[in-house]
Design a protein around this ligand. Structure first.
Ligand SMILES: Nc1ncnc2c1ncn2[C@@H]1O[C@H](COP(=O)(O)OP(=O)(O)OP(=O)(O)O)[C@@H](O)[C@H]1O
Length: 839
């Protein structure tokens, strides 16, 4: 069984064994054994044999289980040093690919928690890891390409890089960034010394193209804070924006800089603690201006960072293993810039490690679980500048010109990365950490006369370790984190298993990498897009260093090895059965000829032995099959557990979504009902208004026309009565005393007449009293006061009824009714019974 050819896989997979942490350990606990290398002889030379295989021996209590054999590109035993790993994993060709061959590089570590992933990638206090060694080689190789004497990145370079950046990144120079983080100029002792000046914290917003700058007069148009510049920077009160009188020149005016200057001054805050980043959207190349200008288009979020304590002195950092012997020859005429960015995948979301969450009014937020929640996750997506290749959009990228700068940035990012103490590791990584180093080269096109930036990236990935809850003794949020970590590693395992089926010129579509962010980040860009191919880009070189502790957790380690190994074989150890031993003993005796009483018996025994041998072989085959089935079952069980966890998460998400949707619907319904209710109330108001108006109009008619007529009528009646009274008096004088008694239904007495007269006289006054009640609608002061209005109407009607009574009292006997009364009665019936539109 040989491991797959490296070029046939997306990753070359190496295994590194961790040395035991204590001298006192029980060798019998060891479940992982390295197989001695097989010496291979090629046609002409003898190739140094490499250790490529290990066997996984189940611990004592699991003796019956099969022995698994795994093949890797190379196995590093416990004694292997960091330098051995660096050389033998092919880090040098990977760096060469990034610097010279137009090829991206990826280095990742995978393993159970505490197996030595971070140690391999990031080293320890006394030893450097793969990242530091790679950085050292890269900066040593790039030394001839750094033109400025002080090694600093010019604003022009940053501006042009920002203009060419396709990932919507925010660019800062290392000095600006580190000053913002540590609040002090960072002293440099490297070969590429960069003086720290406050001016660098706020680079000018408009910069000229390099060839203009390189001339003696070629300083940027406006450098508000360059030491020695004549620009006056007035001190202002803390908290208030600082106004700066910016010089304007005819050139600046032509380029629209006068306005930019004003905007810029509004943006400056005291102490210059919030420098503004260079971003693609901020800087656009002014097409019209010659020589080229990078013009600030709009303000972008400023650089805010919780202040840290003074960082470690660069001299205190480990310098071993020394990489002085290794450099990649670079073209001295090239112009290169290194951009460093760091991000982590935590709970399947991407967070920038160089843009930490900031609690209001204090420094760094506590490193609790809420920290990630409050940060804005970034998207991994195709961008406007890179439509056919996904990128992590919106990262902070720091332009570094020296090894020390890059290390300082690495340190800032690592402090932000989520780590927790667990039962398995006191500083266990709880997220998958990505450290990306882009080497940008400026190229000049003779055809267009334009400068552009091209480059490749080396990405170093420190994966979080898989762990078993029981061993790690995790609970609550940490347990949930572990669930997410295990799930993403399971998807990674599926992708790695698939890779063995993929051949050269392969299709990434076969790898199910879209299942989680981690696999998307690791596999999406394994192959250049057709557009990139046309520009000479090669497929990336990737290595995976699997770490394992031979004395650690057997189940977790065997699972990781199954996922990652390039080749796997299952064997079942042959344990001689009792019958076999007896038979071999008897055959031995028969061969030696000591006792052979019966030839027949001997033959039969031989036949039986042959049969037993055959059965034993069959048995062994079945045992192997059983072992394979057991492994497969264990695998499926793990997947099932992961799927169940995923189901739970999905269920929770769906429940939350449903709740949100239901809330939204309920609110929508409430708003609809509220609207209908309001409309109904409006209609009622209108209806009542109409009624009131109608009543008012009716009474007005009554008051205007009826009252005077009635008075006239009453006066006439009064006259008639007076006349009758006079006639009766005359008659009375002529009558005899015996006829004095008046019949019951006779004509009214004088007092009756006087009463009637009084009522008639009072009628106009009563009408006057009624007037305000029946005044026109407009005159009613509180129109909306429905209840009082209705009670008014009621009173009015009662008064009318009283009036009606008195009327009927004096009404002439004729049956005809007054037209006014008729109108009112009809109206009332109409209001109560008739349809609304007829009212
Ligand atoms: N090759 C090695 N030589 C010496 N010490 C080692 C080696 N590998 C690991 N260690 C030590 O083992 C401990 C755990 O290692 P490390 O933190 O790198 O594990 P890890 O796999 O990154 O764990 P996690 O996934 O939980 O972060 C550390 O103290 C580390 O120094």
């Amino acid at each position: 069984m040989a491991p797959k050819q490296p070029q046939a896989s997306l990753f070359q997979v190496y295994l590194r064994l961790r040395p035991p942490m204590t001298l006192k350990h029980n060798e019998s606990d060891r479940f992982l054994n390295v197989e001695p290398p097989e010496a291979s002889q090629e046609e002409t030379e003898i190739v140094t044999p490499a250790t490529t295989h290990i066997t996984l021996q189940p611990p004592n209590d699991l003796r019956k289980r099969a022995v698994e054999r795994f093949g890797f590109t190379k196995v590093f035993e416990e004694t292997a040093s960091q330098l051995d790993v660096f050389h033998d994993t092919g880090m040098e060709p990977i760096i060469r690919g990034v610097l010279k061959e137009n090829r991206d590089g990826l280095v990742a570590t995978l393993g159970v928690t505490g197996s030595g992933k971070s140690h391999t990638i990031l080293g320890s206090k006394i030893e450097r890891g793969m990242t530091q060694m790679a950085l050292d080689v890269i900066f040593r190789s790039l030394e001839p390409t750094i033109k400025n004497e002080d090694g600093s990145i010019t604003p022009v370079m940053l501006a042009s890089l920002a203009a060419a950046d396709a990932s919507e990144a925010q660019l800062f120079s290392a000095q600006t960034f580190l000053e913002a983080v540590y609040g002090e100029p960072t002293g440099r002792t490297s070969r590429a010394q960069t003086p720290m000046s406050p001016s660098r914290a706020n680079t000018p917003m408009t910069v000229r193209s390099p060839h203009t700058l390189d001339t003696p007069q070629g300083s940027p148009i406006r450098q508000p804070r360059t030491p020695g510049s004549s620009l006056p920077i007035p001190r202002s009160r803390p908290g208030s924006p600082r106004k700066v009188d910016l010089p304007t020149s005819p050139t600046a005016h032509r380029a629209g800089l006068g306005q930019i200057s004003t905007e810029y001054s509004e943006w400056i805050t005291p102490g210059f603690s919030t420098p503004i980043p260079y971003t693609h959207s901020n800087f656009v190349e002014s097409q019209s201006a010659k020589p080229r200008l990078y013009v600030l288009k709009e303000p972008a979020p400023a650089l805010n960072f919780p202040r840290r304590h003074v960082r470690d002195r660069p001299s205190a950092l480990p310098r071993l293993p020394d990489m002085g012997h290794l450099t990649v020859d670079m073209d001295a005429n090239a112009d290169c810039v290194v951009l460093v960015s760091m991000y982590e995948v935590y709970n399947d979301r991407i967070f920038d490690l160089l843009s930490p969450a900031i609690a209001s009014g204090q420094g760094t937020m506590s490193r609790g679980n809420n920290q990630k929640e409050r940060r804005r996750p970034l998207l991994f997506k195709p961008t406007e500048g890179s439509p056919d290749r996904k990128l992590v959009a919106g990262l902070r990228k720091i332009a570094c010109s020296s090894y020390e700068d890059a290390l300082a940035i690495l340190d800032v990012g690592l402090t932000e990365r989520k780590v927790t103490g667990t039962g398995s590791n006191s500083v266990s990584s709880r997220s998958h950490g990505f450290f990306s180093l882009e080497v940008k080269k400026r190229t000049y096109s003779k055809r267009t006369g334009e400068h552009s930036w091209t480059g490749n990236a080396l990405t170093v990935v420190d994966l979080a370790g898989s762990e078993r809850a029981r061993t790690a003794k995790t609970a609550g949020a940490t347990l949930a984190e572990a669930g997410k970590i295990n799930e993403s590693l399971m998807y990674l395992g599926q992708c790695l298993q698939m890779q063995s089926n993929i051949q050269d010129g392969m299709k990434t579509a076969l790898v199910p990498y879209r299942q989680c962010k981690l696999t998307e980040l690791l596999f999406s860009n394994s192959f250049p897009s057709p557009h990139q191919m046309s520009r000479g880009q090669y497929p990336q070189k990737a290595i995976m260093i699997v770490t394992a502790d031979p004395l650690g957790d057997f189940n977790a380690t065997s699972q990781i090895l199954r996922y990652s190994a390039l080749a796997r074989e299952v064997t079942v150890p042959r344990i001689p059965s009792i019958s076999e031993s007896i038979l071999s003993a008897s055959s031995h005796r028969s061969v030696s000829g000591c006792t052979s009483p019966n030839m027949d018996l001997t033959e039969e025994l031989e036949r039986a032995t042959a049969e037993i041998k055959r059965l034993t072989r069959d048995c062994h085959g079945l045992a192997v099959k059983l072992a394979e089935e057991e492994i497969a079952r264990a695998d499926v069980e793990t997947r099932l557990r992961a799927a169940e966890e995923r189901c739970l998460t999905i269920e929770q998400d769906v429940r939350e979504e449903c709740w949100a949707e239901m809330d939204e619907k309920t609110e929508e319904e409430r708003r609809r009902w509220q609207k209908a209710w309001d409309e109904q109330l409006g209609r009622n108001d209108e209806h009542i208004d109409k009624k009131v108006e109608l009543v008012s109009r009716g009474f007005q008619i009554f008051e205007d026309s009826g009252s005077s007529e009635r008075i006239e009528e009453l006066e006439q009646e009064n006259d008639q009565l007076r006349r009758k009274l006079a006639a009766l008096e005359r008659e009375m004088h002529c009558q005899s005393p015996t006829r004095k008694q008046r019949p019951k239904n006779a004509t009214p007495t004088q007092s009756d007449f006087l009463n009637r007269e009084r009522v008639t006289e009072n009628a106009p006054q009563q009408m006057e009293q009624l007037k305000p009640m029946f005044a026109p609608k407009n005159a009613t002061p509180a129109r909306s006061n429905l209840l009082s209005r209705e009670s008014d109407i009621e009173n009015a009607l009662q008064r009318m009824d009283q009036l009606k009574l008195t009327d009927t009292m004096f009404a002439p006997p004729s049956p005809k009714t007054s037209p006014v009364k008729k109108t009112r009665k009809m109206g009332t019936r109409k209001w109560d019974l008739g349809p609304e539109d007829q009212i």
